[in-house]
Design a protein around this ligand. Sequence first.
Ligand code: FES
Length: 106
Amino acid sequence: IKITYVEHNGREHTVGVPQGGTLMEGARDNGIPGIEADCGGACSCATCHAYIDSAWIEKLPAKQPMEADMLDFAYEPDATRSRLTCQVRVTEALNGLVLHMPERQA
Ligand code: FES
């Protein structure tokens, strides 16, 4: 599944992420800077925060309460666009998705 990660400095990385993996794993496994994921995907660190491109927000499954709570600890979260990338699984419906890294992680 094709995913485009945009660094805060505007540098874009378009990579293939396996279906069923998470957006966080796609960044980590391709060595893309900007997502730290200190907790390894357990929804307990908020350092995998990113902003989903506005064209794609509606296509994502809704946040679980745990993700919503944890996002409060992220750096400059935006209630409409922010997600924890370890909590978003890649599916066919997300092919072409674009997401933007924050200036820094929490
Ligand atoms: Fe820690 Fe996502 S990797 S909350």
